[in-house]
Design a protein around this ligand. Structure first.
Ligand code: AMP
Length: 268
């Protein structure tokens, strides 16, 4: 079933045309007619991209990261690129209007290719963005990924991408001791294969100063979204227990997706 989410370009106001849905689910019902519409919340470096992208492959819905849309716009040679680079390189948020336009264009292009459903990563990030999204469609579930703040800076600084295959890696060794009743956390680095080793790049906004600014902005501007979605009964909190090998099966369990593939073939 197609999902429609459009922005009227002639207007400076956001006016998405849309169809709304009534589904509310904390898990995937494979008999349901439309694909999932999920949002991933969480601080920079928590792993939204990693888990959203794995779930998107599992569920066959696009993983749409507004940070990627911003980086694509930055890499283009248009006037938007210059406007964005100063904002992004200081760790600040791009205006709601620009980000909603980038997202609308991405959704329209996907829809033209027959995409339906989505896992949004990095959107919404402000209350205004959440309201705009809520005005046009019904989000089924918001997954709030959590890690102790102490490890987030190291995780961002350890992030690397292969500029050829596009895969993400992390060279950080995380080993936080548990204290005051809080569990410790350890994560092995996710090292690239030899063919990617010489092609690794670091994001321009993954410097210590900018990561700290991004974390501060998250706490001030984006954290209120947790309460917004909690009050709507849509928030699923997920404390990551460690790296991907420990976290991925636990996340699937929490989403009641651990036997998803079996259920799907049974329903086919
Ligand atoms: P990310 O890859 O999600 O960390 O995003 C990288 C940068 O893109 C952010 O620091 C912002 O400057 C910008 N950005 C991404 N998503 C949004 C959003 N929803 N609202 C405003 N700015 C955004």
């Amino acid at each position: 079933m197609a999902r429609v989410l459009r922005v009227a370009r002639s207007s400076s106001l956001f006016s998405f045309g849309s169809r709304s849905y009534s589904a509310e689910a904390s898990h995937v019902d494979v008999t349901k007619e439309r694909n999932v519409q999920w949002v991933f919340l969480g601080c920079p470096g928590v792993g939204k991209g990693t888990y959203a992208s794995r779930l998107s492959s599992l569920l066959g819905v696009p993983h749409i990261a507004t940070g990627d849309l911003v980086r694509d716009a930055l890499a283009s040679s248009g006037p938007l690129s210059q406007q964005l680079s100063e904002i992004v390189n200081q760790g600040k948020l791009v205006s709601d209007e620009i980000i909603v336009n980038l997202l609308s264009n991405r959704l329209e292009a996907g829809e033209a290719k027959g995409e339906s459903g989505f896992i949004l990563d990095g959107f919404p990030r402000t209350m205004r963005q959440a309201e705009i999204l809520g005005d046009v469609t019904n989000i089924d579930l918001v997954v709030n990924l959590k890690l102790p703040e102490e490890v987030l800076v190291d995780k961002c600084l350890g992030r690397r991408t292969c500029n050829q295959c596009g895969k993400g890696f992390n060279i950080a060794h995380i080993n936080l001791k548990g204290e005051n009743g809080k569990p410790g956390i350890s994560m092995d680095p996710l090292l690239p294969p030899p063919q990617c080793m010489s092609k690794l790049i670091t994001r321009a906004d993954d410097t210590e100063e900018v990561v700290k600014a991004r974390l501060r902005i998250y706490n001030e501007t984006s954290q209120p979204l947790e309460e917004y979605y909690r009050s709507k009964g849509k928030l699923m909190e997920f404390d990551l227990p460690g790296g991907i090998p420990e976290s991925w099966p636990r996340l699937l369990e929490a989403l009641r997706l651990d036997d998803y593939e079996e259920k799907q073939s049974a329903a086919a």
